[in-house]
Design a protein. Structure first.
Length: 208
């Protein structure tokens, strides 16, 4: 079973994490995790640009190192960039020291290759321990989500993704999508329709 939303109870257990954005003015917050990946991120950029839409890309530092030009394209198109660790680490399986060092490694590559500093952080898999979160929150915002498209789920029907996303989205929603190898095939099967829906409903795609 695929969870398309985050139960209010879970959200209330972690009140310092950001589960939704500013809901005034018909705004939604699109996020793409795990890139930049050639053949996927550039596709997403085209789909956003032709509709005048924007998103926040939670990048993996190692992918910025491998594809700095593509990361710069994301930025130059007016999108936001957030920290998703350097090696896409699972916080529950990583020591505090190693986790924090990996986040700093991301910050270093982002400063070096893109000339940016970001306060936005999203834990890979949504898994971060309380002790890790406590330290991260001293300097960053931990951005979670409240609409999961399930785009990375093996065998998921793109029509289900589209229907669920349309059903759940409302002003303030933070939507999780992925620009990585696993979603390369499925994105063209639902993303254009989803972005068209947002345009038709006059949702502004805002940055976090
Ligand atoms: Zn991820």
């Amino acid at each position: 079973m695929v969870w398309h939303t985050v139960p209010a109870l879970i959200q209330s257990l972690f009140p310092k994490r950001i589960w939704e954005g500013d809901a005034t003015g018909n705004r939604v917050y699109l996020t793409f995790d795990d890139g930049p990946v050639p053949g996927v991120t550039d596709y997403v950029l085209e789909e956003l640009a032709c509709r005048g839409q924007k998103a926040t890309f939670f990048m993996v530092g190692d992918n910025i190192q491998k594809h700095p030009a593509l990361a710069r394209e994301v930025l130059e198109a007016g999108n936001g960039i957030g920290n998703h660790t350097f090696h896409h680490l699972n916080g529950w399986k990583t020591s505090l020291t190693e986790y924090l060092e990996n986040i700093r490694d991301f910050d270093r590559i982002a400063a070096d290759r893109l000339g940016i500093q970001t306060q936005l952080f999203r834990p890979p898999y949504g898994m971060i321990s309380r002790s890790q979160a406590k330290v991260v929150l001293e300097t960053k915002k931990i951005v979670m989500w409240n609409v999961l498209t399930g785009d990375y789920e093996r065998g998921i029907d793109p029509e289900v993704i589209l229907a669920k996303s349309i059903q759940l989205i409302q002003s303030g929603s933070i939507v999780v999508l992925h620009d990585q190898q696993k979603t390369q095939e499925i994105l063209p099967k639902f993303l254009p329709d989803f972005l068209d829906f947002l345009s038709e409903r006059e949702f502004e795609t805002a940055l976090l």
